[in-house]
Write a protein that binds this ligand. Sequence first.
Ligand code: SAM
Ligand code: SF4
Length: 347
Amino acid sequence: MKKSRTERNDPLRDGYSRIIDYLRLSVTDRCNLRCIYCMPAEGVTPWKHADILSYEEITRIVGIAAGLGVKKVRITGGEPLTRKNITFLVRSIAQITGIEDLTMTTNGVLLERYAQELADAGLRRINVSLDSFRPDRYREMTRGGDLEAVLRGIRAAEKAGLLPIKINMVPVKGLNDDEVEDFARLTLQTDWQVRFIELMPTGSHDFWSPDRYITTDDVRKRIEAIGPLEPVKVRSKGPSRYFRLAGARGVVGFISALTHHFCSDCNRLRLTADGKLRPCLFSETEIDLRSALRGNADDAEIGRLLRLAIEVKPEGHTIGTRAAKGGSVGCGASGAVARKPMSRIGG
Ligand code: SAM
Ligand code: SF4
């Protein structure tokens, strides 16, 4: 294990006493799918390669963040497995002293090819985003995705020991919400963590609408028709609340970004692929680390910018208040809605 660049200090706390020890790294804004709620059909004009942080730049930032108290890193995107030689980055981050947990969120399309080498490089676990088990519907929701490839990827991840497998499902009313019960039933036979994520109003293509949005409470009621849900403690400080169906091997989780704010427990910072630190998913405030890195800033200056991002982290967002009432949550002047697609922020 290499030494981190600075001595580890007391945990980093923001202005609301939350400990910030989790960094989500978006390593690319590119993707091999076009999920209907994430980006428009034509995609989003990709950033130029020179605008994207290099692996050396990302590793340097993580090293400094680890010295300040960051313990957990998730690699995301865009689709992280589309970035060339991603295993190199995984190995570099896994070797940083202080990083105790290294995970990835992927659509799983290329996972079959990479699962074993990611595990060998030090990746601990994987979240696979999967919204339907019906090949035609999966293809429609992802605009072209091959469900079989994702299922092979999940099996490869299991074989490689990237456990427990977490599945992220975004229920969309009228599209795939009739599969909620099937997804929950999967936990009866597998030890997967199946997490239902509320549709969020991100991006500028206005997919979100009250007609498509389904609340966690509604999803939960449908699952409770299968059987009662027992709350369970899962060793994870994330935004998901977990439950178990009687006799199930796995658990179901709910990530209710809109209706049950998890802001009070938020422990994360995001770094976009073009090097902006984003203290909150739903705030447009960004701190430009790339200019600092490329302007020869020393580690102390990068550390200062990381602390600044934590200092300006807002207490919470307000979009749920409007959404829960069935109101419009289009991009308003309040800045409460993420105007960039998730593929650019790093979901
Ligand atoms: N491409 C990878 C994937 O799909 O897993 C990683 C990036 S993707 C932006 C991360 C997660 O964000 C996915 O689970 C996806 O379902 C979720 N996501 C994207 N747009 C969303 C939205 N508008 N509402 C809720 N979840 C969204
Ligand atoms: Fe790509 Fe992930 Fe967005 Fe789907 S959700 S378009 S897989 S970045």
